[in-house]
Design a protein around this ligand. Structure first.
Ligand code: KG4
Ligand code: ZN
Length: 342
């Protein structure tokens, strides 16, 4: 079965072709960084228009890369939510129309399920059950995963998502968009001993997170440094302290989740999963516990079409497709998904 995957939930247009026997045949991505950079964040209307511009050319590019033609596609999988509604509608409309024109089934995919299953595209793929840490721009959550669609929410952020906190703190420090990778880059030059930021909610039981206080802490610290002779160094030091605090907090909660649920496997997915320091820390923590941590390759941590093609393939294989209506959802709880056997 050859599945075309279409991702358009936010500021990246991703198209991929996944084959049931031969694996991933092609994946192409168009980033909208240049479109949104001058505004310092994603402008939803511009995002929708840009998706419309790139969806079909990228599909042609993916077909060429895979050496197949439109007629070879057996099904289309597309992100139906959660995300920016206009952006989702652009991808859904193209995906549904293609499926209709080619007279093949289409299946909607939950964006976070896509992220969560992305590590299964790697040669060393995690077996069920596992604990999943999903850390993206819109979500931070811990879930116990017993199978595809069998997700028990263990904890989540009560305010900003980790990626959102990275982005807002970066903006406040005058760093470029997208903030997360830029802040992480600057943090490399920072002195980890100069400032110590709090580890929010780690002294209480439970697996919820709160990251908005760290942003305020960073703001107050930056105001104290306003007259510093070497402002760039101060920014690097603040970035480093902020990154350490987020990474440490995530590691403490992941360790707690693994221990409370007697689990040994941790899966990390979503854009913040690309953070080098987070990857190192979680590897160290799971090594100490005698467990394992699994990540997608860096390019599949952030949004991409491959994870959507793959998650869609699993659901198609289980016999799921949807009627012709387009039902894109800005909000969609992960634990509302149906379970399937794979
Ligand atoms: O999963 P994703 O591509 O999109 C959403 O579904 O939200 O995640 C994007 C988020 C952004 O907030 C971005 O700043 C963050 O992931 N991010 C990072 C890094 N790379 C991306 N945060 C910290 N360090 C990174 N290296
Ligand atoms: Zn995402």
């Amino acid at each position: 079965m050859l599945v075309l995957g279409v991702e358009s939930s936010c500021d990246e247009t991703g198209i991929a072709l996944y084959h049931s026997e031969n694996g991933l045949l092609a994946h192409v991505l168009h980033s909208q960084v240049a479109v949104h950079a001058e505004y310092g964040g994603v402008v939803p209307e511009l995002a929708s228009r840009d998706h419309i511009r790139f969806l079909l050319p990228l599909t042609e590019q993916a077909l060429q890369q895979a050496g197949v033609s439109r007629g070879d596609i057996d099904a289309v999988a597309y992100t139906a939510g959660p995300g920016l509604i206009g952006a989702l509608m652009s991808g859904a409309a193209v995906a549904r129309s293609l499926a209709w024109a080619l007279d093949i089934p289409a299946v909607e995919v939950h964006h976070m399920e896509g992220h969560l299953l992305a590590p299964m595209l790697e040669p060393e793929s995690p077996a069920f059950p596992f604990i999943a840490l999903l850390v993206s721009g819109g979500h931070t959550l811990l879930a116990k995963v017993e199978g595809v669609g069998r997700y028990e929410l263990l904890g989540q952020s009560l305010d900003d998502a980790a990626g959102e906190a990275f982005d807002k703190t970066a903006k406040m420090l005058g760093l470029g968009y997208p903030g997360g990778p830029e802040l992480a880059r600057i943090a490399e030059q920072g002195d980890p001993r100069r400032f110590t930021f709090p580890r929010p909610m780690t002294d209480r039981p439970g697996l919820d997170f709160s990251f908005s206080g760290l942003k305020t802490f960073a703001l107050n610290t930056s105001q104290q440094c306003r007259d510093d002779a070497d402002w760039r160094q101060s920014v690097a030091d603040i970035a480093r302290a902020f990154e350490e605090a987020v990474v440490d907090t995530l590691a403490i909660k992941c360790k707690r989740a693994l221990q409370q649920h007697h689990a040994s496997r941790l899966v990390v997915a979503g854009g913040v999963g690309a953070n080098r320091r987070l990857r190192q820390r979680l590897k160290q923590m799971t090594d100490e516990l005698g467990g394992e941590v699994y990540y997608p390759r860096i390019e599949f941590c952030t949004d991409n079409g491959a994870m959507i093609a793959y998650a869609g393939y699993l659901r198609l294989q289980a016999g799921q497709t949807q009627p012709l209506d387009i039902d894109a959802r800005a909000r969609w709880p992960l634990d509302a998904l149906s379970a399937i056997e794979i």
